[in-house]
Write a protein that binds this ligand. Structure first.
Ligand code: BJW
Ligand code: ZN
Length: 285
């Protein structure tokens, strides 16, 4: 509860060492230092572009050109981005031989809402030097921005596609989006198409009203967790927003790492305000 909330790093590290099943629930703030804009916080890109009007299946059905311009811009920036110190700190915790602050038999899992793939990139980078034996799970619950998914309900093919640009008609439009305009009316025939059935394709991400990925596995991880790290998320989008509370309901602890105050953080057992690319390496290192 609020009255026992701690900002003491040494006290947190003691808890980390004694925890058996640790999860990290991550959001856009984790990738902020990599140059990827957040959605809602200070400087969040959805101040300019209304979230609800772009990240819904209805928006895509109504104006696929608009939605593709937005995702093309985000694919281009994600493709160029590199993981930051916060991604690396989490990745190191995912490799049993590299862990420092946790018990050797503890489990650690990353549940990320981010679609930028930077947690995977960070894992690959640290793995260049280490074996992947016993590697921890990584759930990308809102999908991946480089997945492209067929909209035909008979096909539904999903392809991992990192092409830049994804199609000629979108080439160069990222500059206009960065400058604040999403107004090209690209004919549907020129937007990305399914390579198998040629139907219109969409970004392979999870929009409002759609079912997040790996919910069954995530439910098990949340249920077993005795420590939940909440990293760089406004905790306003469900179901991710409720995982910390669920962990506390069965007696687990919660530590929030965020630049600013965020929803539910008064209930957290630990609150570390500041950039997570600084606080996380210190806390986990
Ligand atoms: C830093 C930092 C630094 C900055 N260091 N920190 C229950 C109650 C009410 C509503 C619902 C409910 N259950 C479901 C709903 C509806 C809906 C919902 O939650 N709506 C809310 C708006 C109320 N949820 C859904 O529809 C979800 N689906 C679902 O629940 O399905 C159920 C179902 C089950 C079975 C069958 C069928 C259905 C789906 C949600 C999908 C969200 N999609 C998006 C877009 C993904 C693709 C894309 O990227 O474009 O996901 S929306 C957007 O929000 C994106 C993010 O992943 C998500 C969360 O945002 P996040 O990560 O928290 O970012 P920000 O910007 O909000 O916060 C950044 C934070 O970082 C800030 O706090 C900063 O301070 C901090 N920060 N720099 C540390 N350096
Ligand atoms: Zn298809």
């Amino acid at each position: 509860g609020a009255q026992t909330q701690s900002t003491n790093m040494a006290e947190f590290q003691q808890l980390l060492r004694s925890s058996k099943n640790i999860i990290a629930v991550c959001g856009a703030g984790l990738s902020a230092a990599s140059g990827i804009p957040t959605f809602r916080g200070a400087g969040g890109m959805w101040r300019k572009y209304d979230a609800m009007s772009l990240a819904t299946p209805e928006a895509f059905a109504q104006n696929p050109s608009l939605v593709w311009q937005f995702y093309h811009y985000r694919r281009e920036s994600a493709g160029k981005a590199e993981p930051n110190a916060a991604h690396t700190a989490l990745a190191l915790l995912s490799i049993p031989s590299q862990r420092k602050g946790v018990a050797p038999d503890a489990t650690f899992s990353i549940i990320t809402q981010n679609v930028d793939g930077l947690s995977v990139k960070a894992m690959d980078k640290v793995l260049e030097k280490h074996s992947n034996k016993g590697l921890s799970p990584l759930m990308e619950m809102h999908g991946r921005i480089f997945d492209v998914q067929c909209t035909s309900k008979w096909c539904k093919r999903v392809e991992y596609n990192t092409s830049s640009p994804i199609c000629p008609a979108l080439a160069g439009t990222e500059d206009a989006v960065a400058a604040g305009s999403l107004d090209l009316d690209i004919p549907v025939a020129d937007l990305p198409r399914c390579s198998k059935c040629k139907a219109l394709a969409r970004p392979g991400v999870v929009w409002f009203g759609e079912q997040p990925k790996e919910l069954d596995t995530i439910a098990k991880l949340v249920k077993a967790a005795d420590l939940c790290l909440v990293v760089g998320t406004s905790s306003t989008v469900y179901p991710a927003a409720q995982y910390a509370e669920m962990v506390q309901e069965h007696g687990g602890k919660v530590a929030v790492f965020n630049l600013e105050r965020s929803a539910g953080d008064t209930e957290a057992d630990f609150l570390f305000l500041g950039p997570c690319e600084k606080t996380l390496p210190e806390a986990l290192g």
